[in-house]
Write a new protein. Structure first.
Lengths: 177, 933
């Protein structure tokens, strides 16, 4: 068995350097090595996007499908999984959700929740990009569709996810140009 | 709806092995300290008044906490060994050749262990009777179906498993086959025939019907049902039935009748619940305890079957305990209801040298092994009187492909048949449905349960008849609508208010319908390469299983916190949230904690069953009912369409006991009223109990008083529904009353007297035996269904003339859900259901047999579930009918919401193209072919 050495930042913490067998997908690494199971396995073929995690780059945000991407491909990246978006006050232990997470729960956006991790990561990346590059109001719906359009949800019909994003963005004038 | 019918032998077995203690634990509670790092208890309540601010499970799910059974590994569980073994199930993909052996020579490192059929047989390990035979196919035999498991490979390290999996997947050399053989065959799983001739008067007694006269069944010849041939109006049940069946056919030749004669076909559909099945099982040989965390919708039935299986094995014959850790289900849609999957992990755990075993399907494996929606082939003849436009008769014959394991095929066929009438009053009918065995992957209780295949058909036939008779489709619908107390095709009275007329009126007045012709003209003028169509359908889904025994428990702490325990699993449909809101009417606030999938607490009721509730005689039921610990049915499986109706009854029943005998007596004391003061007008307002001019009281104050005084602060309740509710009299605190319950246990507050405390000897509860009980009559078993929930769909679509692609422009649904517990939860069901219906009618398709899911090569790259771009996300509207009927009960709506869109889309495609399609899915390719010849 051959091994790759991997090292990256995940949810603000350094992972590695450590050796992982070649061919190990990122989702398997998250689940079996780090015991972070919030990232969900849906199709294993890169179609459903349930397994998407977020990368913060020097210039913006990227998302990656962890079920078809080997862990070694993430070397050097700064990554966030579903477990890393909410902020916990060290003193009070109170949790503050990311505005996208808050919007999703207030709008009853998900049901079974298996697709939620992927939707949150994609939507957080999209939301953070809007802070830098606001969108015209008349292009908003099309923009939401382009952002979330590859994610499969089997329970909800997508409506409450999309409405949550529209409501959230419209409530923040700085995201609209 | 679902029916799980155990044989009498199984019931007895359950009693014999009562020595095995079966217990249940919450996954998150059972997990280790390491897992606790991800747990977060919300500091803010999830509900305000009787409104949910968000789902109970929202924060756990949106922050990725470990809450699903698939999330867990052995290292997450306290006391489990850390080292997790991993299993891989090898399947035969040829069902026409002998299975010779498996070949693992291409693996770099062999599995730690290989389990073959001979190993199971040697150790007396067999599938539960419900799942059939040949758990692993023995060498030398032919697979019963494509995808029949032949071996389980065990790996003691994840890295070895992972490396091997990449070589095992899709490897054509993995399974070796011998000579070609005939296909495996057996008689159909079931054949049903429901014949009804209404009496002369509409409200009269039927001349002949299953409800009045009973059901009869066929013999089998050449794998086909052979119905009796003797026809005699004065003869036996079957002879009379066949006489009337023949008469219906003869009468159809009447020239006054217009007969629509159509064949329809539905496809195999995969549920694609996004969480593929997974199971972690550990057999602790030292403690003789089987631990399991499995992705299942039916924890109670799973554990009962698991106990039988493990106790019968050589390794597990001394089993003393079974512990099931229940988590959330990442989508079910019926795929995790009585699935055979977890039993493979259970078998594997008996060979893993005391190490926990994990088997987790990937999506290819899930397609290959997971339960499907049954495909139906339907031949219908509908006769309508040309003058009166009244339906005279319907004949229907359905061939249902159940696949290679029986599962719920018999009951799905029956449910489909009984759904065939839709919303219409049909005075004469002969409905047949046969569930056949085939080499396809097994189908099960997937959302829609036969109705989704059958019910759209009748509405399509009505609209076709309207077009052929040149009458308005709304007019013909109105003339034939079922009304409350009409009889269904089984001859049973329809229960509850039917608001079909109201829904039809709304649809007919809707601008989309009113302007359909002008809109078509203008749309097609602007879009010359597209065809525009409007379609409509109103359907009414039967819900319920006919024999359910929901349990619920509620407790109020001395601080006024409400803890609710329900038997239901949370699959995403929102049962946990809606049940948690129900406490508001009794305690002025929603439950602080809602425990799901609880099964341990109900032992406080000490209930036992003896007979299959579907076939028990009235005499036996009457006799057994005298024993206050007997019940016809102890539990119910979780299904999305059942919680609102059935679980609610038990939850309300449990809450009512605490309200009547805990909260109200405490209020009387605090308000210094007489002990018999009538508080029936007391009301909760803004979280406080109010009565006349007395000072409003918070739950915290009332709870403290109730506890201090040793009043009733908790209760466990059970009831039974068989198309009617049970009633029983209980004497509680000296007060005799009739409740819609059959079993009850109560808990007294902290200040209870010593004797009261002593009486709480059943898991901390005091069992209160009923004085008498009245269970619904066993004759209701012939009714099959009597509960219905209607939903319609009005849809606008456009079709590309060049590609045949359908674009949904808008949709509007009206739903009668009865009293709504949580509006956003119901809206979510409507939206999600509509999209799943769109998948059924336009996109989702699995071929049969060798090219089908059993070959292990299917995934979402070629199985098209609706994406957002396939859906009218921004133009999907709905209306939930308000109800002022205070006696009405919430309806089961999770299935009906996906159905009318199917026939509405077909109706709209006809409006757009003047083409009728008789099979689903209606693909772009098929439309293109019709349009372009």
């Amino acid at each position: 068995m051959n091994y790759n050495e991997i090292e990256f930042t995940l949810n603000g913490k350094k992972v590695g350097p450590t050796k992982v067998p070649e061919g190990t997908m990122m989702i398997a690494f998250l689940h079996e090595y780090l015991n972070l199971t919030g990232t969900k396995f849906g199709c294993g073929a890169g179609i459903c996007h349930a397994c998407v995690i977020l990368e913060k780059t020097m210039t913006g945000h990227n998302t990656h499908r962890t079920c078809i991407t080997g862990v070694a491909a993430f070397n050097g990246m700064e990554l966030t999984t579903i477990e890393g978006h909410a902020r916990i006050d060290v003193k009070t232990q109170e949790m503050t959700l990311h505005p996208v997470q808050q919007a999703f729960i207030e709008n009853f956006s998900f049901q079974c929740g298996w697709c939620t991790s992927g939707f949150v990561n994609e939507a957080v990346g999209y939301y953070e990009e809007l802070k830098k590059t606001p969108i015209a109001k008349e292009q908003l719906r099309e923009s939401i569709e382009a952002s979330l359009g590859e994610h499969v949800c089997r329970c909800t019909g997508y409506v409450k996810y999309y409405e949550a994003m529209e409501t959230l963005i419209l409530s923040q004038p700085e995201l609209i140009k | 709806m679902k029916k799980f019918t155990q044989s009498r032998r199984d019931f007895l077995k359950t009693m014999v092995i009562a020595g095995v203690s079966v217990s249940f634990a919450s996954l998150t509670r059972a997990a280790s300290g390491r897992e606790q790092n991800y747990l977060y208890k919300p500091t803010q309540p999830w509900a305000e008044g009787n409104q949910a601010k968000h789902r109970v499970d929202a924060i756990q799910k949106v922050t990725g906490q470990k809450v699903f059974a698939r999330d867990f590994r052995s290292k997450d569980f306290t006391h489990w060994p850390d080292n997790q073994w991993h299993g891989y199930i090898v399947c035969a993909t040829q069902a026409d050749h002998i299975f010779k052996d498996i070949n693992l020579s291409f693996l770099e490192k062999p599995p730690t262990k290989v389990i073959l059929s001979e190993d199971l047989i040697e150790n007396n390990i067999y599938l539960p009777e419900f799942h059939g035979e040949d758990m692993l196919l023995p060498k030398g035999k032919t697979a019963h179906f494509i995808g029949h498991p032949v071996a389980i490979l065990l790996f003691d390290q994840f890295d070895d498993f992972n490396a091997a999996k990449s070589r095992l997947d899709f490897n054509p050399n993995l399974v070796e086959y011998g000579d070609k053989t005939p296909l495996y065959e057996r008689n159909p799983y079931a054949a049903w025939r429901v014949i009804r001739i209404a009496g002369d008067k509409t409200e009269g007694v039927d001349t002949f019907s299953p409800f009045k006269d009973g059901l009869f069944f066929p013999a089998y010849q050449l794998r086909q049902p052979k119905w009796p041939t003797t026809k005699n109006v004065n003869g036996s049940l079957s002879e009379r039935g066949m006489f009337y069946a023949d008469k219906i056919i003869q009468d159809m030749s009447n020239p006054d009748l217009h007969v629509v004669d159509r064949h329809y076909q539905t496809q195999i559909v995969d549920p694609v619940m996004l969480e593929p099945e997974a199971a972690n099982i550990w057999y602790d040989d030292k403690e003789k305890t089987l631990h399991g965390a499995v992705t299942c919708q039916d924890p109670t039935d799973f554990t009962e079957m698991a106990v039988h299986m493990v106790k019968a094995s050589k390794q597990g014959k001394e089993t003393k305990n079974l512990v099931l850790y229940s988590g959330f289900v990442g989508g079910g849609f019926g795929a995790k209801d009585h699935s055979v999957f977890p039993f493979y992990a259970l078998a594997a755990s008996l060979f893993s040298d005391g190490n926990p075993i994990r088997i987790a399907n990937d999506r290819y494996q899930q397609f290959q092994s997971g339960l499907k929606r049954h495909p139906f082939k339907i031949h219908n003849q509908l006769a309508i009187n040309k003058k009166t436009l009244k339906i005279e008769s319907l004949t229907s014959k359905s061939e249902v492909d159940g696949g290679g394991r029986e599962n719920f095929s018999a009951s799905v066929a029956s449910a489909g048949m009984s759904a065939m009438q839709g919303i219409f009053n049909i005075p004469k009918s002969d409905l047949q449905a046969t569930a056949f065995q085939s080499r396809n992957v097994a189908s099960g209780s997937m959302r829609g349960y036969g109705s989704v295949q059958c019910m759209p058909v009748i509405d399509l036939m009505i609209t076709q008849a309207a077009a052929e008779l040149d009458v308005d489709p709304f007019e013909i619908r109105r003339k034939n609508l079922l009304k409350t107390n009409d009889l269904n095709t089984q001859g049973a009275k329809i229960d509850g208010e039917l608001r079909y007329l109201e829904i039809l009126d709304k649809a007919e007045k809707h601008p989309v319908w009113q302007q359909r012709f002008t809109n078509k003209k203008s749309y097609e003028a602007i879009n010359p390469d597209k065809l525009f169509g409007v379609g409509y359908s109103l359907l009414s889904k039967n819900y319920g299983t006919g024999n359910v025994g929901p349990n619920s428990a509620v407790n109020i702490t001395a601080d006024g916190e409400i803890i609710l325990e329900i038997e239901y699993m949370e699959m995403g449909s929102g049962a946990q949230t809606s049940q948690g809101l129900l406490t508001h009417d009794f305690f002025g606030q929603a439950a602080g904690e809602v425990k799901i999938a609880v099964t341990e607490t109900w032992k406080a009721l000490q209930l036992y069953e003896t007979d299959n509730p579907y076939i028990i005689s009235q005499e036996k039921q009457d006799e057994m009912s005298k024993d206050p610990l007997w019940t016809p049915v102890k539990h119910m499986a979780s299904s999305a369409s059942d919680s609102a109706t059935f679980q609610t009854e038990a939850t309300k029943g449990a809450c009512n006991i605490v309200y009547l005998y805990g909260i109200l007596p405490a209020a009387r004391l605090l308000w210094k009223l007489k002990t018999n003061a009538d508080l029936s007008n007391a009301k909760w307002r803004d979280g406080k109990l109010t009565f006349e001019d007395n000072k409003p009281l918070s739950l915290a104050i009332l709870a403290k008083k109730a506890h201090d005084q040793g009043l009733i602060t908790g209760s466990v309740a059970h009831t039974v529904n068989r198309w009617s509710w049970t009633e029983a009299e209980f004497e509680i605190e000296g007060d005799k009353r009739i409740h819609s319950l059959d079993a009850l246990a109560v808990r007294y507050g902290n200040g209870a007297t010593a004797s009261k405390k002593q009486s709480m000897d059943n898991l901390g509860y005091h069992l209160i035996k009923r004085n008498w009980v009245k269970y619904p009559s066993t004759s209701y078993n012939n009714a099959m269904v009597t509960y219905y929930a209607p939903c319609d769909c009005l849809i606008e679509l456009a079709i590309s003339k060049h590609t045949g692609k359908v674009e949904i422009l808008s949709s509007h649904s009206v739903l009668d859900a009865g009293p709504v517990i949580s509006q956003p939860i119901v809206e979510g069901q409507i939206q999600g259901g509509l999209v799943m219906g769109l998948g059924h009618v336009l996109h989702e398709y699995l071929p049969s047999f060798e090219e089908g899911a059993g070959n292990g090569t299917w995934n979402l790259n070629r199985y098209h579930v609706p994406m957002a771009r396939d859906v009218n996300v921004w133009t999907m509207t709905s209306e939930i009918l308000p109800t002022s009927d205070k006696t009405a009960r919430p309806k089961g709506i999770a299935e009906v919401v996906m159905m009318p869109v199917i026939s509405a889309v077909q109706d709209a495609i006809f409006h757009a193209t003047r083409q009728r399609f008789d099979q689903t899915p209606i693909t772009a390719e098929q439309i293109k072919k019709r349009l372009n010849g």
